[in-house]
Design a protein around this ligand. Structure first.
Ligand code: ATP
Ligand code: MG
Length: 395
């Protein structure tokens, strides 16, 4: 029996973005997610994308998993493709394909959708006829139209007739790439990978920037960030990561700036440098994992100072979330275990004993200007390390 995937489109009501464009990007993203598994035919009609394997030995379980992480899909199901578009074929396919579920169930119902109006039976007739067949094949079953254990769906579409059981929830959101491009500031912590997931879900294509300060931070810390991004990439798609050599800038900060302003000036420098990388990469926003009040550099006063450093809009999707809520998402996207590996981040190098929680912007800017970071910034931006990131299952 030939199996396919049926993926239902999500939110397409965006103004100015037509359905066609949205579906083209979505299909491309699905193709990228599945391409290492073999060849597929991917078509769309009536708010549904049909994914048909073209090779014999394709791992459809894995294809289903991967499709469940593609943003822009509200629900998905695996379905049997009937040999032909006829009631006989539907009747032959349904009891065999759903045998396991039907044997385990006590009650069922049939739901039919006929978008090909040339099909001789109307939807209620399809339900009645198939329902009768299933009752005689599986005498332990009863029909329950309100709360059935199993619903048998029959879809008669232009391209064929399909049978499937309940759909599962898709990743939701809107397709990556339809919302523009943004730079993600990623540390090795719990928060920034979650922020990445949340903004990719709103259709942003990501470019990652990580600040590293060897030898204060190790190669293993950077490798951890790569592995986190490989997890994020299962949702956000392939992306480029830039590692910024930050050591000399941090040493200058330590030597030439007041200790209580170390962190805030460092955060401003990160924003400014990320914005420059964003401009060079056609990105128009920055993303951070900041959450109000979480640490001294994330108070309202500190955030005002950080925010002023860049002109671009800064998305902070975690700003109003509790740590536990953030952790729950990190479990869901499977980044938690990697995030808690104990490698140092450049943020924890030269941390002040008493950071200012209410920094005054004027003094922060004066201190930053006096230290003259520009030559070092230019040098660092000339020496970015580029790493291409692909989903972890391709490693
Ligand atoms: P996380 O769990 O993401 O590390 P955090 O709560 O530890 O966040 P900070 O260390 O203050 O918070 O960092 C706040 C945000 O700044 C991070 O979420 C991330 O977006 C950015 N950031 C911190 N360190 C780095 C770094 N080394 N490279 C790039 N961005 C960073
Ligand atoms: Mg951190």
């Amino acid at each position: 029996m030939k199996e396919i995937l049926l993926l239902k489109d999500g939110e397409i009501v965006l103004k100015g973005l037509n359905r066609r464009q949205f579906e083209d990007v979505l299909k491309k993203n699905i193709r990228i997610a599945l391409q290492s598994l073999g060849r597929f035919e991917i078509t769309s009609a009536q708010s549904t994308i049909t994914v048909k394997p073209l090779d014999e030995d394709i791992d459809l379980d894995e294809a289903y998993e991967r499709a469940s992480r593609v943003f822009g899909i509200v629900s998905l199901s695996r379905a049997a493709l009937c040999d032909e578009k006829s009631m006989e074929s539907v009747i032959a396919t349904a009891p065999a394909y759903l045998e396991k579920q039907l044997r385990a169930a006590k009650t069922f119902k049939v739901e039919a959708k006929r978008s090909d109006k040339r099909f001789p039976l109307k939807s209620p007739e399809i339900c009645r006829e198939l329902g009768g067949v299933l009752l005689s094949k599986y005498p332990h079953l009863r029909v329950d139209v309100h709360e059935p254990d199993v619903t048998v769906y029959v879809e008669i579409r232009d391209k064929g007739a399909y049978v499937h059981a309940d759909a599962i929830r898709g990743a939701g959101g809107i397709p990556v790439g339809t919302g523009g491009k943004a730079v993600l500031l990623i540390s090795g912590g719990i928060d920034s990978p979650v922020a990445a997931y949340m903004m990719a879900k709103r259709g942003l294509k990501l470019t990652a920037v990580h600040f590293a300060s060897p030898p204060y931070t190790s190669a293993r810390a950077e490798d951890k960030v790569v592995r986190l991004l490989q997890k994020v990439s299962r949702y956000a798609g392939p992306m480029t990561m830039y590692t910024v050599p930050f050591t000399e800038i941090q040493e200058k900060l330590r030597d030439d700036c007041p200790e209580e302003l170390f962190t805030i000036i460092m955060r401003r420098l990160m924003m400014q440098m990320s914005e420059r990388i964003a401009l060079d990469n056609d990105c128009s926003a920055l993303i951070t994992g900041e959450s109000l009040g979480q640490v001294a550099s994330q108070t309202i006063g500190a955030l005002n100072c950080t925010d002023e450093a860049a002109d671009m809009v800064v998305f902070r999707p975690l700003i109003g979330m509790d740590k536990q809520e953030i952790i729950n998402i990190s479990y869901k996207i499977d980044t938690y275990e990697t995030s808690i590996e104990p490698y140092e981040d450049c943020c924890t190098v030269f941390t002040p004993r008493h950071p200012r929680t209410k920094p005054i912007l004027k003094y922060v800017k004066q201190a930053q200007e006096r230290a003259e970071f520009e030559p070092l910034i230019e040098e660092a931006l000339k020496n970015l390390k580029v790493t291409q990131i692909y989903p972890d299952y391709l490693q």
